[in-house]
Design a protein around this ligand. Structure first.
Ligand SMILES: [Ca+2]
Length: 112
């Protein structure tokens, strides 16, 4: 995401259940607090994953920034479903691939 690059960072790469949980608790639940969400794909945050379109193979997904494989993932039962290539984190902490064009929140990270 260009906005992340301008800030000298990249879209977040989630490497552990702790990190996934932290983002879920501190960002997602906060962002969507008090909102009535009926559509699962609305309360989401883009993260830095990339999956080939029309592929349901988890093994083919990579982190955009350095093309590295996922060391951790938390895919929703039906994902990746091949409608990517972008990857979002839903309010329940699950991941899904989805077309990138949808306007959503996104989370950047910087090396500490
Ligand atoms: Ca999908």
């Amino acid at each position: 995401m260009e906005d992340c690059k301008r800030r000298g960072s990249t879209l977040a790469e989630i490497e552990s259940a702790e990190e996934n949980d932290w983002i879920k608790k501190n960002l997602l639940e906060h962002l969507f607090q008090g909102k009535t969400i009926t559509e699962w794909t609305v309360s989401v945050l883009w993260i830095g994953g990339n999956c080939p379109r029309r592929s349901k193979d988890k093994e083919k997904c990579r982190w955009q920034a350095d093309n590295s494989e996922f060391s951790y993932h938390n895919w929703h039962d039906d994902d990746p479903s091949g409608d990517g290539p972008c990857v979002f984190l839903a309010k329940d902490g699950k991941w899904a691939d989805y077309p990138c064009k949808h306007e959503r929140f996104y989370v950047c990270e910087k090396a500490a």
